[in-house]
Design a protein around this ligand. Structure first.
Ligand SMILES: *Cc1c(COP(=O)(O)O)cnc(C)c1O
Length: 394
């Protein structure tokens, strides 16, 4: 290869291996196991003296193509594909801690991610401190002698706050801790946590990477040493492996990631600007707008806005429900990153399990809605919002 490929090329060709048939599209290897020509070959494979697959829970050819393609895009040395985003998050955190260790995490997390660090980890003697991740001083104050892992999402769900990833990474390096970044909301195109100093990146591939509402998936990416030391045994022996069929679906999905994310971001940005000027709207939070409260950090660490928009209606829950019910092109759904535009009311869906107070801390009000832009024609989306808003009292 003469020059490193640019992302759009990596996502079409990266990691592809072909069978003896020379197929154009990636093949699906739906096999649990692998056969060896001789007993000696099996012995050598198990000793790690020869390359090759052993058992699909450890690794398999279609998954390997997906992992290599993701590594190329992320600039990571190694990766493991998992059955869901949560399998990736849980593995990335739990594989590297033991009883007596301490985790510091931003409190603005995807609901299940928060459960893993706030509820599950303490059951095994791993303590966790949740902080307001917007201020670096809070991360520093939370550090203890036994702090091993920092965990964050940026931008966050649903209020699109951002965390200074390079700043958190500097703090972690001072104490030899590892930073795990859930990069779903930024997408692998708009933010490179490893370049910013983070050590481990996780994705729910269910979101933009599939992008067409078909299957669950996840991936953990890092350097070879961390994967070999921490993730490898955990992954092999607890079994969160992705189905090869889903790896194939995701390989197809990721080919069009740049096209979809570009259209979604353009649509999100147009809708954010439109909503910001409407009398029923109290506020719009969008990482691509100069009025985002942390626009300076965004300029340093992100190369694109977002495919998501957070808005708050003045009329509270009634107005939020009225708007959702009046939308036609935009569907009501708690998923995100899909080709179809989706809208959800966090207080009664994704964040309903948080106490009112915890929701308030995260800026989730009764009138807050999260919009995930699809790839439809932006004019249709604008008309849909304009028509639906006209039914919402100011
Ligand atoms: C969806 C999501 C997850 C969980 O992914 P699944 O594939 O649904 O398991 C984790 N983190 C973030 C930020 C998400 O949006």
């Amino acid at each position: 290869m003469s020059k490193p490929w640019r992302p759009a090329t990596q996502l079409v060709h990266g990691g592809t291996t072909r069978s003896q048939h020379g197929e154009t599209a990636e093949a699906i290897f739906l096999t649990q196991g692998f056969v060896y020509d001789t007993a000696e070959a099996a012995e050598a494979r198990f000793k790690g003296e020869t390359d090759g697959f052993i058992y699909a829970r450890y690794g398999s050819p279609t998954n390997d193509m997906f992992e290599k393609r993701m590594c190329m895009l992320e600039g990571a040395e190694d990766a493991r594909a998992t059955a869901s985003g949560m399998a990736a998050v849980a593995a990335a955190i739990l594989c590297q801690v033991k009883a007596g260790d301490h985790i510091v995490a931003a409190r603005a997390l995807f609901g299940s991610c928060r459960w893993v660090v706030e509820t599950l980890a303490p059951r095994y003697g791993i303590e966790c401190t949740l902080v307001d991740g917007r201020d670096l001083a809070n991360w520093e104050k939370a550090i203890r002698k036994n702090t091993r892992v920092f965990f964050l999402e940026s931008p966050t769900n649903p209020t699109l706050e951002v965390v200074d990833i390079a700043g958190v990474a500097r703090l972690a390096d001072q104490i030899g801790a590892k930073v795990v970044v859930d990069n779903v909301f930024a997408t692998p195109l708009f933010q490179k946590p490893l370049e910013l100093g983070a050590h481990i990146v996780v994705y729910s591939a269910t979101k933009h990477i599939d992008g067409q509402g078909r299957c669950l998936g996840g991936v953990v990416l890092s350097d070879k040493e961390w994967i070999n030391t921490h993730l490898q045994d955990y992954f092999r022996h607890t079994g969160p492996a992705m189905s090869p069929f889903n790896a194939w679906t995701l390989l197809k999905g990721i080919e069009t990631l740049p096209l979809r994310v570009r259209q979604q971001t353009e649509n999100a940005s147009r809708i954010a600007d439109f909503l910001a000027g409407q009398k029923q709207v109290a506020r719009v939070i969008y990482p691509g707008r100069s009025d985002h409260p942390q626009a300076d950090i965004i300029a340093r660490q992100m190369t694109g806005g977002s495919t998501l928009v957070c808005l708050e209606l003045k009329g509270g829950k009634d107005a939020a429900f009225a708007l959702q019910n009046a939308l036609d092109v935009v569907k009501i759904s708690n998923n995100l990153g899909d080709a179809k535009s989706l809208i959800t009311h966090p207080a009664t869906t994704t964040h309903k399990n948080l106490a009112e107070e915890a929701r308030a801390e995260l800026g989730i009000a009764a009138g807050t809605l999260r919009f995930s832009a699809g790839i439809e024609d932006g004019d249709d989306l604008l008309e849909d919002f304009a028509r639906a808003l006209s039914r919402v009292p100011a």
